[in-house]
Design a protein around this ligand. Structure first.
Ligand code: NAP
Length: 251
């Protein structure tokens, strides 16, 4: 059975792999045998070093994913270096917090551009390559706010709800072409993205009390779901949004 989860010989493009959930996913995929193309605006030197220490190939690819202009050059560069892309993890994302009545157009556009627009066009660019080869695995990083409304994060909620919809749309169009498109919805994971919440004593306590597992998640907690959705074990899983949330949604 473990062979179904083996990623040996596979090439995974992971965005935002220098830190947080992206780093956790990159290391889990490498641990299962994949080579890693780490894409982002900050070099993922630590991640690449750890991937190489696992005996896999790891390379950095500079890409500012706030603009769609970065997408095709990134895919071209990864294909030139590795010759193939078997797995794409659309992880790079940002959040902006303000009351809905004060929320600015700049905060709307910045979050929607990175979290949703670039994600779609990276799916499209990698998807063309995967369709031509008749196989591929795309994993989009969604959120609890793919299912819930949240508070003070209107563009984040809109973007992550959009990620859920796009994941299903792409699965509908590409499942018969040998591509699996799925999403992971992390719960509350201790990263830079949630540093403000962790530092806010009241919010931190409220969040902890509501998580059945009784703790914040660690980026490594997302790794198993990523390996599953990247591997043959998930060949008949399509358009699914897999919550890895310590039970948050069950509450
Ligand atoms: P993080 O530590 O802030 O990591 C975000 C990653 O995205 C970083 O690598 C960041 O690069 C990269 N990124 C942001 N803007 C970029 C851009 N314009 N171009 C290229 N890369 C960019 O946060 P995280 O918690 O690991 O978040 C990863 C994903 O999980 C996001 O999509 C987030 O929405 C999602 N998520 C997180 C949680 C959570 O509880 N933490 C829950 C649900 C979903 P830099 O280091 O250069 O900024």
């Amino acid at each position: 059975m473990t062979q179904s989860f083996d990623l040996s010989g596979k090439v995974a493009l992971v965005t935002g792999a220098n830190t947080g959930i992206g780093q956790g996913i990159a290391l889990a995929l490498a641990g299962a045998g994949a080579d890693i193309a780490a894409a982002g605006r900050s070099p993922a030197d630590e991640t690449v070093g750890k991937v190489r220490a696992l005996g896999r190939r790891g390379e950095n690819f500079a890409a500012d994913l706030s603009s769609v202009a970065a997408v095709q050059p990134l895919v071209d560069a990864v294909l030139a270096a590795f010759g193939r892309i078997d797995i794409v993890v659309n992880n790079a994302g940002i959040i902006r917090r303000a009351d809905a009545v004060d929320f600015t157009e700049e905060d709307w556009d910045a979050v929607m551009d990175t979290n949703l627009k670039t994600l779609f066009f990276l799916c499209q660019a990698a998807g063309k390559h995967m369709i031509a080869r008749g196989s591929g695995k795309i994993i989009n990083i969604a959120s609890m706010l793919t299912f819930q409304g949240g508070i003070r994060v209107p563009s984040y909620t809109a973007s992550k709800s959009g990620v859920g919809g796009l994941t299903k749309l792409l699965a509908n169009e590409w499942a018969a072409k040998g591509i699996n498109v799925n999403a992971i919805a992390p719960g509350y994971i201790a990263t830079n993205n949630t540093a403000a919440l962790q530092a806010d004593e009241t919010r931190n306590r409220q969040i902890m009390e509501r998580i059945p597992a009784g703790r914040w998640g660690d980026p490594a907690d997302i790794g198993g779901a990523a390996v599953f959705l990247a591997s043959r074990a998930s060949d008949y899983v399509q358009g699914h949004i897999l919550a890895v949330d310590g039970g948050w949604l069950a509450r």
